[in-house]
Design a protein around this ligand. Structure first.
Ligand SMILES: C[S@@+](CC[C@H](N)C(=O)[O-])C[C@H]1O[C@@H](n2cnc3c(N)ncnc32)[C@H](O)[C@@H]1O
Length: 180
């Protein structure tokens, strides 16, 4: 299936820069089948603030004009680079050439903070509430599975919080390149 980038609302269309732009981004944040619009809205605001690109991997149950999503993203939509992929197969054609792919899961043993992140890396997150599938977690295109530490007995963090924690650690390691 092809990417559905042309279906994006006008405010986001101008952020689509084709495959050539894939290496110009500091990091790529990939949300696999996100379900809760405000989480995606939060992530749109976060990638606008950090210069990352957000990849929304469908099928999606909402679209980018959803009021709940736009409210959470405030007026940052114009500043965000967001790409919608129809499905995982379509996303892999772009992401596999981007760089290393780190799958974030509370089930991993390795701490996300033990990775040395490089520009172009992909940080991948699963749907609320099920998380990334076992099939995806064991896909050979996944470089490593990593965990954000939590106190014992806690199941998981909120999706957009997990993504923000991961991006800021990766960006911190790279000297907050580009920050004003
Ligand atoms: C609400 S969580 C999904 C919870 C799901 N029960 C699970 O175990 O993955 C949504 C996504 O946030 C990320 N996430 C949440 N907490 C995490 C943690 N402690 N470590 C790594 N990723 C986490 C994962 O990518 C997860 O798929």
């Amino acid at each position: 299936m092809e990417d559905r980038v042309t279906e994006l609302p006008t405010a986001l269309e101008n952020t689509q820069d084709g495959n050539a732009g894939i290496i110009s981004r500091m990091f790529h944040v990939a949300f696999v089948e996100p379900k809760i619009p405000p989480n995606t809205g939060n992530a749109i605001r976060m990638v606008a603030a950090t210069g990352c690109e957000l990849h929304l991997i469908g099928p999606l149950d909402f679209d980018l004009s959803d009021a709940r999503l736009r409210r959470a993203g405030l007026d940052y939509h114009d500043l965000a680079s967001v790409r919608v992929h129809a499905d995982l197969e379509a996303a892999w054609t772009v992401l596999a050439s981007a760089g290393r792919v780190f799958a974030f899961t509370a089930k991993a043993k390795l701490s996300f903070a033990d990775i040395s992140y490089r520009p172009g890396d992909v940080l991948m997150f699963g749907p609320e509430p099920t998380g990334l599938s076992e099939e995806l977690l064991t896909d050979p295109r996944i470089t490593e599975r990593v965990r954000i530490p939590m106190l014992s007995g806690r199941r998981s963090l909120n999706l957009s919080n997990a993504a923000a924690i991961a991006v800021y650690e990766a960006w911190r390691q790279n000297g907050f390149a580009g920050a004003g």
